[in-house]
Each structure stands twice: as structure tokens, then as C-alpha cells.
Design a binder for this molecule. Structure first.
Ligand SMILES: C[S@@+](CC[C@H](N)C(=O)[O-])C[C@H]1O[C@@H](n2cnc3c(N)ncnc32)[C@H](O)[C@@H]1O
Length: 288
């Protein structure tokens, strides 16, 4: 099966279609409603209220391990289904990520106009050193870059890297190239030499990665000994999940019990962890 985008196929939901579509769209999923369909190519999940009508799709979904929801709908069942889709490797593929964020790049910052103070506080705790090099991994429109430049001063270097070309284009339109270097790059394979950076900010990145441990190892490769890493989001995990109509799942890589061993295994040590309604901040230091 081709790698799927963040699309969910909704089959014969009839009157329940509107009940389904709303919460799934809030969860950031692109909902396609059909009477039937030949195959699940390009989809991250299947919702079929009348499952018996589409046995071929059911068997495809089961064979491919795609999230599947059948039978009567309820807000709880939809939230659990949306969480399963968001946890699936297909949803987090590079292709799915680009499709999702390219559509949101032009208005990204306008959607979150009040995040500035939370970013400033997180960057103060990351404490990039004056004259050092700081990477904004998954920089989006580069809204953190002016603050990072202020921290490293004119003597330092700021690099913003993002997988989604539309995000980098929007960063350029917003004048962010004046604050640092902008790169279209996958954080799993950065075009930077070993030990090149002294600090890494990754805001809103981790939950979008198909293989977070591999990315943490890549960030460790480009980090100098003693470099610091801030995994950050301007709201905590529970608030973010509720905003997207999802539930937190036990596999969430941002949860402390999952994150701590993943950081240790990839060359980082977790030194502070804060997950409240008003922010998510995990601070780590390059350990070896
Ligand atoms: C939730 S947005 C956050 C953007 C920005 N850090 C902010 O806080 O405004 C996540 C960003 O990560 C980027 N991203 C996701 N996976 C990536 C990857 N593998 N490599 C580079 N960027 C990635 C997306 O394109 C998107 O711009």
C-alpha cells in the first residue's frame, strides 16, 4: 500500500457522517466520504458504520494494520479512533506531514497569536550561549528565530530547518531569513556536521515524527558535548489533545516514561520535565 496521507475514508456513514466529520476534522484529519471505494491507497484510517457493505475494505484495513472504526458512532469512539490514526506511522510519514503543514503555512502564526511569552520562557530555560550555534528543528514559519538570535547575539548562528517547503517559504515572506539561515531539511538527516550546534529547540515537532528516537539520535550527532535540547509546546499534552479532539495514548513519545529512556538511548539526559496546561517543556543535555 502506498504511504498514506492524513486522510480518513468514511464509508456510508449516512446521517452519522456529520457526527463523524466534525471531530475528525478538528483532529486535523482530512475526511473523504464515499458510498464505496476500491481500495485504501492514500488513507490513514477507515471508518465504516455499515461494515458489512464493504468487506474488501475491511480486509484491506486489517491486513495493512490501519486504524478502523465500525458500528455506531459516539464522540468517545471517534476521539479514540482519531488518536489511533494520529499514532499511526502513515499519519506521521514525511508525505503526510508535508501535506498537513503545507495547507497551514500561510496562516500558521495568526492562529496562535498569544504564544510569544511561552516561547520566550522556554528559550530562556534552553539558554543558548552568546556566540554559539542554535538549531530550530521543525522551525515552521520561524517564529522563534528572533528570540534565538537575541540569545546567541550577532556573534552566534541561528539555523531554522523544516521539512515543509511552504513553511520555509512563509518564513522567508515573514522576513525570518534576516534572523538566521533557513533550510528545507528533514531533521532525521540534517545537512550539518557532527557537533556543529550548542543548542536545539524543537517546538511542536516530536509528535509528528514517524521515528522520534532516530531523530533524537540525529540531533545528538550534530550536538556538541554539553549541548542542550528543548522539546517544547506552548500548551501541555492534555490541552493539545483536547484541542484536537483526541485522547492521549500510552505510546505518546512525549510522555516522561517514554521520553526519558528514548533520550538516554540516543545520547541525551533528561534534566527537567514540565507538562502542565500552560506548557510542555522537556530539557535535555548531550550526555556522551
Ligand atoms: C507543529 S509545527 C511547529 C512549527 C514551529 N516549531 C512552531 O512552533 O511554530 C511542526 C513543524 O515540524 C515540521 N516537521 C515535521 N516533521 C519534520 C521533519 N521530519 N523534519 C523537519 N521538520 C519537520 C513541520 O513541517 C512543521 O512545520
Amino acid at each position: 500500500m502506498a504511504s498514506a496521507l492524513r486522510r480518513v475514508l468514511v464509508i456510508r456513514a449516512g446521517e452519522q457522517a456529520s457526527l463523524a466529520a466534525g471531530p475528525l476534522r478538528v483532529a486535523g484529519l482530512d475526511v473523504h466520504e464515499y458510498e464505496t471505494a476500491a481500495d485504501l491507497d492514500g488513507y490513514s484510517g477507515l471508518l465504516a458504520v455499515d461494515a458489512e457493505a464493504v468487506p474488501h475494505l475491511l480486509s484491506q484495513a486489517r491486513a495493512a494494520g490501519l486504524p478502523l472504526l465500525t458500528g455506531p458512532l459516539s464522540p468517545e469512539r471517534l476521539a479514540a479512533f482519531a488518536a489511533l490514526v494520529a499514532d499511526s506511522p502513515a499519519y506521521r510519514s514525511a508525505e503526510g506531514t508535508r501535506a498537513f503543514f503545507s495547507a497551514r503555512a500561510a496562516t500558521w502564526e495568526e492562529k496562535f497569536p498569544d504564544d510569544g511569552p511561552a516561547f520566550a520562557a522556554a528559550i530562556a530555560e534552553l539558554a543558548p550561549v552568546a556566540g554559539g550555534t542554535v538549531l530550530d528543528a521543525g522551525c515552521g514559519t520561524g517564529r522563534a528565530m528572533p528570540l534565538l538570535r537575541e540569545a546567541v547575539t550577532a556573534e552566534g548562528r541561528v539555523i531554522g530547518a523544516d521539512l515543509t517547503p511552504e513553511m520555509i517559504a512563509s518564513a522567508r515572506e515573514r522576513g525570518r531569513a534576516a534572523w538566521g539561515t533557513l533550510l528545507i531539511a528533514d531533521v532525521a538527516r540534517l545537512p550539518l556536521r557532527d557537533r556543529a550546534v550548542d543548542a536545539v529547540l524543537a517546538a511542536g515537532l516530536l509528535s509528528h515524527l514517524p521515528d522520534p528516537a532516530a531523530v533524537l539520535a540525529e540531533l545528538a550527532r550534530i550536538a556538541a558535548p554539553g549541548a542542550r535540547l528543548a522539546l517544547f509546546h506552548p500548551v501541555g499534552r492534555a490541552v493539545l489533545a483536547a484541542r484536537h479532539g483526541r485522547r492521549l495514548t500510552p505510546a505518546d513519545p512525549r510522555a516522561e516514561r517514554n521520553l526519558r529512556p528514548m533520550l538516554t538511548g540516543s545520547g541525551w539526559s533528561l534534566i527537567a520535565y514540565d507538562d502542565t496546561d500552560t506548557r510542555y517543556l522537556a530539557l535535555a543535555v548531550r550526555s556522551r
